[in-house]
Design a protein around this ligand. Sequence first.
Ligand SMILES: Cc1cc2nc3c(=O)[nH]c(=O)nc-3n(C[C@H](O)[C@H](O)[C@H](O)COP(=O)(O)O)c2cc1C
Length: 318
Amino acid sequence: MLKIGNIILDIPFFQASLSGYSDYAMRVIARDFGAPLTFAGVMLAKSVVHPRVFNGSSFKPGDDEHPIGAQLLGEDPEIMAKAAKVVWKAGYDLIDLNFACPAPKVLRRKRGGFLLNHPDKVMEIYNAVRESVDCPVTMKLRTGFENKSYDNFWDIASRAAAGKVDALIVHPRSVWQRFTGSADWQFLSEVKKRFPHTIIFGSGDLFSVDVIKTNIKNTGVDGAVIARGAIGNPWIFSQLRKGNDFLPPALDEQGRVILKHFNLLCKLYGDEKAVTHFRKFAICYCKLHPLRRKAQKAIFAAKTADEFLAVVKQWYSL
Ligand SMILES: Cc1cc2nc3c(=O)[nH]c(=O)nc-3n(C[C@H](O)[C@H](O)[C@H](O)COP(=O)(O)O)c2cc1C
């Protein structure tokens, strides 16, 4: 059991913020399989504070998905604080501040990972958000902006720990690295050693239960965040609950989950958009299919919801 502020996790894992992926549909499926906490994709604070944008969007959490975290992106402490209040009032249980995003357009606007080179600004944002809400506040960090330059990380982490941040979520790659190379889990050992009283979650290259458990054991971090490893593979959460990797789920079980995911997308976006939106998930779901490429090709060829249903029934023996 692990606590992030007042949120109790019965297993020390949760589903990451994944923009473009972790919408209501993905979150429901992750929760079905045992994720004790899920996150919506990152939200731009500047958009969240506009009631018309917030209310008209898919930002709002469902009543059936608590606890749920909101992640905010922005560079202005006042707007971040206002946005935090909006999402908290809308029902989010936890607020994570994104100081990690490496996307060029985000960096150009001095947000996300850019702020790792500006610890004072990070702390201004954190303090403003902290004051505006009465729920746990966490930070998502990378190791630094440039490769192997860790000073700002340590500065931010120690000030955040002193400011009682509820958890640090650390993806041990630099912003420069984006997704290249491998996540440096050794770095996370050092983080936990230096901040034994702060809850530390590790993120990066977590695709199997064995690797996740070994990384936690070797580094002493409190928990791990499942990101790409959960896309098209919600079974990872039930495996984490059971504690071991297992044989791929039976084909018909895979098919039923795909159909549930697809039906949720249809409700969110309408049938037509759901067919194309599902394709990026299909790439991952199909990795578990014995005829991966052929199954994926067949799903990609479906143009309507009816065709999609027929293809899934055919390829997954339903
Ligand atoms: C498609 C995609 C979307 C992501 N969106 C977010 C996001 O909105 N906020 C965030 O903090 N990290 C985001 N990440 C980073 C992940 O949360 C995670 O830290 C990273 O993928 C490393 O973990 P992994 O190697 O296990 O996937 C995203 C990653 C991917 C691949």
